[in-house]
Design a binder for this molecule. Structure first.
Ligand code: SF4
Length: 148
């Protein structure tokens, strides 16, 4: 598969996922706190090359790839390169449309636990500040509700 095809395939997955997350938010009322970005400051977040391939191709097409590579070699690599803690507005991500899979899923994913049941995986901010909606969602998921 050529690079452009890979990027198109990843972008398609992201578009489908964004729609599913929107459905989930609408069904549960769970949402990120405006301007939060607390999860972006975690230093140990791992991401794959594939999920940032659309961003890399974007930079290459904009002739900014080398400039960003240089930036990458100069900064504290434990902090996300596209995070701007002082950015005004709704969020702190400078490349929100190009964010990776981990960024899209944070707060809105689920896993199968050791008992074979599905459980919601979300952040402390959502758990503690949207407790009622969180508990309702946990119950909905335990009853097998899917958000597709
Ligand atoms: S997932 Fe949680 S910590 Fe991250 S931005 Fe949303 S509310 Fe904040």
């Amino acid at each position: 598969m050529q690079l452009e095809e890979k990027v198109a395939a990843v972008t398609q997955v992201f578009e489908g996922l964004d729609q599913q997350i929107a459905n989930f938010q609408s069904a549960t009322s769970l949402h990120c706190k405006a301007g939060c970005g607390k999860c972006c400051f975690k230093p140990d977040i791992e991401a794959t090359i594939l999920e940032f391939l659309p961003f890399a191709l974007h930079l290459y097409k904009q002739k900014q790839a080398e400039q960003w590579l240089e930036k990458l070699s100069q900064i504290d690599s434990s902090i996300c390169l596209i995070l701007n803690p002082t950015q005004a507005g709704a969020g702190l991500c400078t490349e929100y449309p190009h964010r990776g899979l981990i960024c899209r899923l944070f707060g809105y994913s689920a896993r199968t636990n050791k008992y074979g049941s599905k459980e919601l995986v979300t952040c402390q901010v959502i758990k503690t500040e949207q407790t009622e909606a969180y508990n309702k969602t946990v119950e909905m998921i335990s009853k097998g509700l899917r958000f597709l």
